[in-house]
Write a protein that binds this ligand. Sequence first.
Ligand SMILES: Cc1cc2nc3c(=O)[nH]c(=O)nc-3n(C[C@H](O)[C@H](O)[C@H](O)COP(=O)(O)OP(=O)(O)OC[C@H]3O[C@@H](n4cnc5c(N)ncnc54)[C@H](O)[C@@H]3O)c2cc1C
Length: 415
Amino acid sequence: MEKQKNFDVIVIGGGPAGMMAAIRAAELGLDVAILEKNSILGKKLLLTGDGRCNLSHIGLTNKELASMYGREGDFLLSPLSNFGVKETMNFFNDLGVELKSEKDGRVFPKSDKSQDILQALIKKIKNSNKIKILTNAEVIKIEKPQQIIRSVTLSNGEKLTADKYIITTGGKAYPITGSTGDGFVWSEKMGHAIIKPRATLVPIQVKESWVKKLPGLSFENVRASLMSNGKLIKKQIGGILFAHFGLTGPLILDLSKEIGLAIGSGKPKLLIDLFPQKTQEQLEKDFQKIVEKNPNMKLKNVLAKIIPEKIVQYLVYFAGLKEDIKGYEVTKEMRGRLIKLLKKIEFNVVSLVGFDRAMATTGGVSLKEIDSKTMKSKLVDNLYFAGEVINLDGPCGGYNLQMCWTTGYAAGSQN
Ligand SMILES: Cc1cc2nc3c(=O)[nH]c(=O)nc-3n(C[C@H](O)[C@H](O)[C@H](O)COP(=O)(O)OP(=O)(O)OC[C@H]3O[C@@H](n4cnc5c(N)ncnc54)[C@H](O)[C@@H]3O)c2cc1C
């Protein structure tokens, strides 16, 4: 006689959200399959935190944590009350992974190796006799004749069936890791509204081509003011990094969501203040002090005592000066022009670099059609979601992985 179903639960996508959902469902006694199109689980997880895996963020109440995900954040309050930061840290401790937190609240494995997080998850999955891992198993079709999913079809033609299906295919960011947006396509076909997926936590391209000549140049604690159509959209302090493709660094990545929106409605500019903690007058005094001590020092050398040498020639050029003039030859007016630039370098944003280099996707399956307690679809009887496929994303700092652990746990909890 033909077997009625292959599994109790099918999890589509073996990233952090999918692994957590599978582990939780197996704990509840269910037979689970993880279908992963790559040859390994957690390919993107390995890249996180520059290979260190910033897996969570401590020091915030659940309300504060939820607010980090923007307007939609309150959706997380219910699942966080069951499986929040504390539970996540206990979970990894129980798997034998020692964790540490840094001054700013970011949580990492003590070893600084994302591999340790992935291996602990895989070990837990393999030790459970309830979870079958199917790798190189790309789902190409979900069959939903009415209000219920009947089966999924793999690229080799095999059909698999279950009582419950959890979509954890991630977003569209860093598609080389496997997240190519398949979950958005299926969900839309099944009637779900998809908030247009856009790249976020992503570098930007700027009109000023000189930036590309300074790859590796970085500044800590500068202030960026994002302007659009002459209006201030957001101000934030952080680090920036010049790259051969444009601008990146934590400050740029965190602003990229607002930059993306601003590109849609105008021509955004970033005004960078290299010394937000000092006024123009203080900086002019600093400059003057150096000149008074060394009146014959060339302008370029005076400036190199204040800012990285690499950028000096550009700033001198933008100020309309010659870098070889002597310090004593710099008039008050010239000095003012130069220091003004340190307080306000203008970059005209051309575009976001795109999904290929993005760390996350903003947009995805509309939260209005998902029950936040259970992560169950309100439209399809046996469909659940978790992780980046849903319309939730946070800034750098461990928020995106925390969202995956929390929603993965909730989605796996319903039997
Ligand atoms: C470079 C980089 C660094 C990052 N660093 C951090 C960090 O330090 N902290 C943090 O919080 N976040 C970080 N993020 C974000 C974080 O990695 C993601 O938010 C998270 O991985 C999303 O998890 P997920 O399980 O939803 O999806 P993914 O991790 O994208 O997993 C989805 C899985 O589904 C599989 N899949 C897709 N389609 C199919 C299909 N048709 N059939 C079968 N399988 C399929 C994919 O192959 C993939 O393995 C980083 C992201 C990047 C790119």
